[in-house]
Design a protein around this ligand. Structure first.
Ligand code: ASP
Length: 332
């Protein structure tokens, strides 16, 4: 039987408050396909992102500052499909999307299809803070980033061998599908190569003032065509924050997240349906799964409860609590 001291310890354990959660993408991430050194590199990068974000919170800075700090680490790492290391479009380019939202004011900023800004998440924040708009795309967004003095790079900066090889595999499969179609056989291959896309990054944070923020950044999906934009820069689809409910950042097959208004859907379930963050986020992932989509999300409520559901084999993810305890996980 538990003594009263044990009881209060158990209670204290239950009430652990999370201040930050991150993801580095969901997908077919299997231990058997992972080398020890790659696993270590992922753990180190996720840990560094959590540390940088946590330092901001600890220092009394805003949840938005924490989100930017954590995402910047992952955008600068070639391991993730965001910033350097982004996947390639069908035309062999890197077109980046990002968004951020402030849970206190419901202000938001987003960019889509940018090719020369080093840190799309910072551009999204500039759109939120320094413009009267919420979303800017392509050349216009780049022009705005330059005017804001944000770091500009040659598009070549984003190139990595691994993502280039991923595109070549996707193009091969495209050819296969077209050949099958010509032969009058139906191809079972997915319309976009979903398994070549891991690594969208996101962060949700709760600061000392009790304010939530969410940010998401991605290169989208390998072999995307015709200016395709996914859920990540769409407020309410791949990213959302509201102090009344939760901060949410998604990763997965973006078309399904747009169709289910995934991030806002979690918030709405909490607000109108009085669900908690765990049940609301799981319900939305289940809905996405039923439609044939896959992926995951991280969600943090204003009381410091976190949920990180996913319906894929794995999701790079991590959390840090109020007292600085860091946890990083990859597999199911
Ligand atoms: N959601 C992103 C997109 O569809 C991709 C991902 O999260 O893996 O653009």
């Amino acid at each position: 039987m538990l003594g009263s001291q044990d009881n209060s310890q158990a209670q204290a354990k239950k009430e652990v408050k999370y201040v930050l959660a991150i993801h580095g993408g969901a997908g077919t991430i299997l231990k058997k396909n992972m080398t020890d050194s790659l696993e270590k590199a992922y753990i180190a990068a996720l840990t560094e992102a959590l540390e940088k974000g946590y330092a901001k919170i600890k220092n009394g800075e805003t949840s938005q500052d924490a989100v930017i700090a954590a995402i910047e680490v992952m955008e600068n790492s070639p391991l993730f499909n965001a910033g350097k290391g982004a996947v390639f479009t069908n035309q062999g380019k890197n077109e980046l999307d990002a968004s951020i939202m402030d849970g206190k004011t419901l202000k938001a900023g987003a960019v889509a299809g940018v090719t020369i800004v080093k840190n799309p998440i910072k551009t999204a924040r500039a759109v939120m803070d320094k413009s009267e708009h919420v979303m800017m795309i392509a050349k216009g967004a780049e022009e705005f980033a330059k005017k804001q003095g944000l770091e500009i790079v040659d598009p070549q900066y984003f190139w990595t061998q691994q993502r280039w090889d991923g595109l070549q595999r996707a193009l091969e499969r495209d050819k296969e599908r077209m050949e099958l179609d010509h032969d009058g056989q139906q191809s079972n291959l997915p319309p976009v190569i979903k398994d070549e896309k891991f690594g969208t990054v996101g962060c949700v944070a709760l600061d000392k003032a009790g304010n939530l923020a969410a940010g998401t950044s991605t290169g989208g999906m390998t072999n995307k065509k015709f200016g395709r934009v996914g859920d990540s820069p769409i407020i309410g689809a791949g990213n959302y924050a509201n102090n009344e409910t939760a901060a949410i950042s998604c990763t997965g097959w973006g078309e399904f997240y747009i169709r289910t208004s995934a991030a806002f859907n979690v918030s709405a379930r909490m607000k109108y349906g009085k669900e908690n963050v765990a049940s609301a986020s799981k319900a939305v992932i289940d809905e996405i799964g039923k439609l044939g989509g896959d992926g995951g999300m991280i969600a943090l409520d204003a009381h410091g409860n976190v949920a990180m559901p996913f319906n894929t084999e794995g999701m790079y993810r991590g959390t840090v609590t109020e007292d600085g305890e860091i946890k990083v996980e990859i597999y199911k």
